[in-house]
Write a protein that binds this ligand. Structure first.
Ligand SMILES: Cc1cc2nc3c(=O)[nH]c(=O)nc-3n(C[C@H](O)[C@H](O)[C@H](O)COP(=O)(O)OP(=O)(O)OC[C@H]3O[C@@H](n4cnc5c(N)ncnc54)[C@H](O)[C@@H]3O)c2cc1C
Length: 501
C-alpha cells in the first residue's frame, strides 16, 4: 500500500462511520493514538447491534446478551490503562444457562465445572472423562488462538500457513467440521448439543464450521458466562466515555451516503447533512453496504457478486417482551433446542430450503433475573430470539404467525401463560435489520465462520482500491461477537497508526 500521497496536517483527521462496538472501540483507540476522530452514526444512539430499547421502565439490550471471553475485554480496557471493573460490576452467572431438550429434559449447565462433569456422566458412561479431555483440547487451541491467530492480521496465504500454525495443523483439524469432530467424541444427544450450540454465536452450524471453533466450549464451560450489571449497554457506554475522554466527537442521525474518492483516496465523506474532510476513514457500517452503496464500482474491493456468493450468518426474529409477573422457569439464559435441530440449520444455511422454520430451536434471555434495572419490580424482561435464514421474505403477517407459533411452543414447554401478561411488545426481524443497520439481506450477525470465510479469507481490514479506507467490525477477521469485534478494532487501529500515525 502506497501512502506517500496522503496529506499530513498537524493532526490527522479520522472519520469513523458507525458507532457499533467496532466503531466505538476503533474511535477510542485512534483518538488515544493522536487522531482527531469524528464518529458519524446513522441512528440516534451508540451501540449498533448493541442498541438499547426502553419502554415503560423495561430496558432491553437489543443485541448481545452473553458476555464471554472476559480476557479480551480486559485486554481492550488495558489499552487505556483501565479495567472493566472501573466501569461496571461483572458477575459470573450460575447456572451459566438452562437447556430445554425438546419436550423431554431440562438441565442446568453450572458455573462449577465439577457439576458439569457429573452432568455429562449422567448423559453417557464415561461422559465426565470425555468432557475433561474435550475441554483440555479446547483450552489448548483457545490459548494458541489468542497468542497466534486472533490478534494478528492476515494479508496473504503465507501469513496463514506460518510455521507455528502448520505445527498445530494436526490439532487444529481445520478440514474437519465441528459436527464430525463432536460425534466422534460423544454419543448422547445432550452432550453433543451442549458442546455445539455455542457455534450459533459465530453465526454457523456444526456441519459448516471448522472443528477448531470447539474453543467455544472452553469459552462458555471453563471461562464462564458473565454479566455486566446494568447490561451490555454499560459496556458500550464505557467505551463511549473513553472516547469522550480522548476528545472524540459524535454525530448522530447522520447516515453516510457517499465516499468521494480522488486519486485512490477518500477525500470527503458525504452525509445526509454535511460533508467531512478525511485523512483516514474507518468503516464500521456493514461491509457490503459500504462497498455496494457508498462506493462507485471502480473503487469496490468486493463487488455485489462477491457478497451474493458468501455464506451469511443468520438473521433473526427477536421479540422484546415486558411481562407483568415474575417467571421462575427461566434462568438468565435459557435455550430451547429442538430434537431435530439439523433440519432447523438447513432452513437457515441451505438456500434451497431457506424458509421460516416449522420447528426451530430458540433462545430466551431474561436479564431481570440478575439485574433489577432491566424491569420494574415484580416484572420480567424477556428477549426471545429465533435464528432465521437471511434474505427470506419478511411481512407483518409472516412475523405475527411465526411469533404466535413460538409462543405456543414456549408456553407449552414452561407450562405457563405469557401472552396475557405482556405490557411491552416489539418484534424485530429481517426488514428491521436492513432498515436500522443497513444489514445485507437482513443478516443479524454478518458473515458466517465457514473455513473459507475464516482468517485471511474474511474481507480485508484495508481496502485494496482506496488507500486511506479501513474496515473494522464483525465482517472482518477475527469475526462475529463483541470480543472478536474489539480485537478487530485493535488490529486495524494498530495498522492505521503504524502507517499514518
Ligand atoms: C440479536 C443479536 C444477539 C447477539 N448476541 C451476542 C452475544 O450474546 N454476545 C456477543 O458477543 N455478540 C452477540 N451478537 C453479535 C454482536 O452484537 C455483533 O457481532 C457486534 O455487536 C457487531 O458490531 P459491529 O460494530 O461490527 O456492527 P454494528 O453493531 O452493526 O455497528 C455498525 C454501525 O454502523 C452504523 N451504520 C450503518 N450504516 C451506516 C451509514 N451509512 N452511515 C453511518 N452509520 C451507519 C449502524 O447504525 C451501526 O451503529 C449478537 C448480535 C445480534 C444482532
Amino acid at each position: 500500500m502506497i501512502t506517500k500521497n496522503i496529506k499530513f496536517d498537524d493532526i490527522m483527521k479520522a472519520i469513523v462511520v458507525g458507532s457499533g462496538f467496532g466503531g466505538l472501540s476503533a474511535a477510542a483507540l485512534l483518538a488515544k493514538d493522536g487522531f482527531k476522530v469524528t464518529v458519524l452514526e446513522k441512528n440516534e444512539q451508540i451501540g449498533g447491534r448493541a442498541s438499547v430499547y426502553s419502554d415503560k421502565d423495561f430496558n432491553f439490550d437489543m443485541g448481545p446478551s452473553w458476555y464471554l471471553m472476559p480476557d479480551v475485554y480486559e485486554k481492550f480496557f488495558a489499552e487505556f490503562g483501565k479495567k472493566p471493573e472501573d466501569y461496571f460490576e461483572l458477575d459470573r452467572l450460575d447456572p451459566s444457562y438452562r437447556i430445554f431438550f425438546g419436550d423431554e429434559k431440562v438441565v442446568d449447565v453450572a458455573s462449577d465445572i465439577e457439576k458439569n462433569y457429573e452432568l455429562f456422566e449422567s448423559f453417557e458412561e464415561g461422559g465426565a472423562e470425555k468432557l475433561r479431555k474435550y475441554l483440555e483440547d479446547s483450552k489448548e487451541i483457545y490459548d494458541f488462538s489468542i497468542d497466534e491467530m486472533l490478534y494478528r492480521d492476515y494479508t496473504s496465504i503465507l501469513d496463514f500457513f506460518s510455521g507455528k500454525l502448520l505445527l498445530k495443523g494436526y490439532k487444529l483439524k481445520i478440514w474437519e467440521n465441528l459436527q464430525h469432530y463432536v460425534n466422534n467424541q460423544f454419543e448422547s444427544d445432550e452432550a453433543r448439543k451442549i458442546v455445539q450450540y455455542s457455534i450459533g454465536f459465530l453465526g454457523g452450524a456444526p456441519n459448516n464450521t471448522p472443528s477448531f471453533y470447539h474453543i467455544m466450549s472452553h469459552i462458555d464451560l471453563t471461562m464462564g458466562v458473565w454479566y455486566p450489571q446494568g447490561g451490555m449497554r454499560k459496556v458500550t457506554k464505557s467505551i463511549y466515555d473513553i472516547c469522550i475522554e480522548y476528545g472524540v466527537e459524535f454525530k448522530f442521525n447522520e447516515p453516510v451516503e457517499k465516499l468521494e474518492i480522488d486519486e485512490n483516496q477518500v477525500k470527503q465523506v458525504i452525509t445526509n447533512k454535511s460533508s467531512y474532510d478525511a485523512d483516514i476513514v474507518l468503516m464500521n457500517a456493514d461491509y457490503p453496504h459500504a462497498e455496494i452503496d457508498l462506493l462507485e464500482k471502480e473503487n469496490q474491493t468486493y463487488n455485489e457478486k462477491y457478497w451474493d456468493k458468501k455464506i451469511l450468518a443468520p438473521s433473526a426474529m427477536v421479540a422484546y417482551l415486558g411481562i407483568d409477573k415474575e417467571m421462575d422457569q427461566f434462568a438468565h439464559h435459557t435455550l430451547f433446542l429442538d430434537k431435530d435441530w439439523e433440519a432447523g440449520f438447513d432452513t437457515i444455511f441451505d438456500p434451497k430450503k431457506a424458509a421460516w422454520p416449522e420447528k426451530p430451536s430458540y433462545y430466551v434471555n431474561v436479564p431481570s433475573k440478575t439485574d433489577r434495572s432491566a424491569a420494574p419490580e415484580g416484572s420480567e424482561t424477556l428477549f426471545v430470539l429465533v435464528p432465521l435464514a437471511p434474505g427470506i421474505e419478511d411481512t407483518p403477517e409472516l412475523r405475527e404467525n411465526f411469533y404466535n407459533m413460538i409462543m405456543d411452543d414456549l408456553e407449552a414447554k414452561i407450562g405457563e401463560n405469557i401472552r396475557d401478561h405482556i405490557v411491552v411488545k416489539r418484534i424485530f426481524a429481517l426488514n428491521d435489520f436492513k432498515e436500522r443497520y443497513n444489514a445485507y439481506k437482513g443478516t443479524a450477525l454478518g458473515l458466517s465462520h465457514t473455513l473459507r470465510q475464516t482468517a485471511l479469507f474474511r474481507p480485508a481490514h484495508m481496502s485494496k482500491k482506496v488507500q486511506n479506507l479501513y474496515y473494522s467490525g464483525h465482517y472482518t477477521h477475527p469475526g462475529i461477537g463483541v470480543p472478536m469485534v474489539l480485537i478487530s478494532s485493535q488490529i486495524v487501529a494498530n495498522e492505521i497508526t503504524k502507517k499514518h500515525g
